[in-house]
Write a protein that binds this ligand. Structure first.
Ligand code: S3P
Length: 429
């Protein structure tokens, strides 16, 4: 149980947030599939990314830590070796889904297992599109982990994805890379494109049409080891952006945050809500970077629909918290994927903010949130439910409380932000 900090005098200061989780996963994966050495700087040492590291070590890839850098000694696209036990995916949906795409085109069989939460999450989203490339993936009768992948040569395919998911898209791209002919993958809505950007850096032949939906993959190109500088994670910066906006007397700057437009949905939401936020672009060789400054703001309500969701998918618990502080009623729709994240985030967000007196109406695909001026604490023990983003959202909400609050199951936060509480201490005045 963790006693949560309050911030009656506000927040101030500057932080460099940890490396981006999605990009850290992909850097390890591409490093492992490339020929030669890949050095990853500002790698995120969160539990999920360490799960990816361990999985590739189990698949025979040497990966060393050197300070805060990671060195991956890739053996090329066909260099992975069968693991001598089931690969443990822990809590990581990204590791699981992307690895299914990679292992489908390998020359051996693999088994994937996960923790209780991950073992409830849908994997048919991935196995079905991969089957179009000829992949053989067996799942539990519920369509979940454990999974058995019978790796073999794949064929090129033209596929239309039914779920807007970067994880599913990335799995399909990996399968396409191992296929015997070119493939086309068409997305439902544009989702984060870190896989495509990084694959191009590693030398793959992958192009995206101007619609930002149609991706062409030409297999056969050898990937070459690279230097990767992981930018700050917008999804981690989002906690401080939210805190800065809702806690009176605050001004916070976040340095070197990834500004890839597929990830900046939270900045747009804050702007739409009238938050005082400014962006200073920083020169970068890789993905776009910037410094973000936010100040305490009067917030207007917001309405999000399906097209808005992919760029803010991981920040929706924070959008709910911002909406809970806005002047009026906000609505999130088209976000049914929230039901199958680390927890059912529609349910758990409503439950936890409900403990602070916030009125939320659950919808099948989102929620309606009624803003209020101050919290009315009905239960002083908040719970992460084992969901990192929910635990951090609760800790941010507590900053605004005039009564001490506690957090149960705070350990889950290390999944994506091991230094979260020490960063929080740095900002409280
Ligand atoms: C991720 C994609 C998103 C996101 C997850 C990480 C990725 O999931 O929620 O935290 O790294 O590709 P979906 O692709 O399922 O929306």
């Amino acid at each position: 149980m963790k006693e949560l900090a309050m911030a009656p005098n506000g927040l101030s200061g500057r932080l460099t947030v940890p490396g981006d989780k999605s990009i850290s996963h992909r850097a390890v994966m591409l490093g492992a599939l490339a020929k030669g050495e890949t050095r990853i700087r500002h790698f995120l040492p969160g539990q999920d990314c360490l799960t990816t590291v361990k999985a590739f070590q189990d698949l025979g890839v040497r990966i060393d830590r050197e300070g805060e850098s990671l060195l991956v000694y890739g053996q090329g696209l066909r260099g992975l070796k069968a693991a001598d036990k089931a690969l443990d995916m822990g809590n990581s949906g990204t590791t699981t889904r992307l690895l299914l795409g990679i292992l489908a085109g390998s020359s051996f069989a693999s088994q994937l297992i996960g923790d209780a939460s991950l073992s409830k999450r849908p994997m048919k989203w991935v196995s079905q599109p991969l089957a179009k490339f000829g992949a053989e993936i067996a799942l539990s009768p519920a369509g979940t982990l454990p999974a058995t992948v019978k790796g073999h040569k794949l064929r090129g395919a033209e596929i239309q994805l039914e779920v807007a998911s970067a994880q599913v898209k990335s799995a399909a791209i990996f399968a396409a890379l191992a296929a015997d002919s070119p493939s086309t993958i068409i997305e439902k809505l544009p989702t984060r494109n870190h896989t495509e950007i990084m694959l191009r850096q590693f030398g793959a032949d992958i192009t995206t049409e101007a619609d930002n939906l149609t991706i062409h993959v030409q297999p056969g190109q050898e990937l070459l080891g690279q230097e990767v500088e992981v930018p700050g994670d917008m999804s981690s910066a989002a906690f401080w952006l939210t805190a800065g906006a809702i806690v009176p007397n605050s001004k916070v700057t976040l340095s070197r945050v990834n500004l890839n437009p597929t990830r900046t949905g939270i900045v747009k939401v804050l702007e739409q809500m009238g938050a005082k936020i400014s962006i200073e672009q920083v020169p970068s060789k890789g993905e776009e970077l910037g410094n973000l400054t936010i100040e305490t703001s009067q917030l207007a309500p917001v309405k999000l629909t399906a097209a808005d969701i992919p760029a803010v998918i991981d920040e929706l618990p924070l959008v709910a918290l911002l909406a809970a502080c806005a002047d009026g009623s906000s609505e999130i729709r088209g976000a049914e994927e929230l039901r199958v994240k680390e927890t059912d985030r529609i349910k758990t967000v409503s439950q936890e903010l409900g403990k602070l007196g916030v009125e939320i109406t659950e919808l099948p695909d989102g929620m309606i949130i009624k803003g209020r001026k101050n919290w009315q604490v009905k239960d002083d023990t908040l719970d992460s439910h084992g969901d990192h983003r929910l635990g951090m959202m609760a800790a941010i909400a507590a900053l605004k409380s005039d009564k001490p609050l506690r957090l149960a199951n705070e350990d889950s936060i290390s999944v994506s932000y091991p230094g979260f509480f020490s960063d929080l201490e740095k900002l409280v005045r």
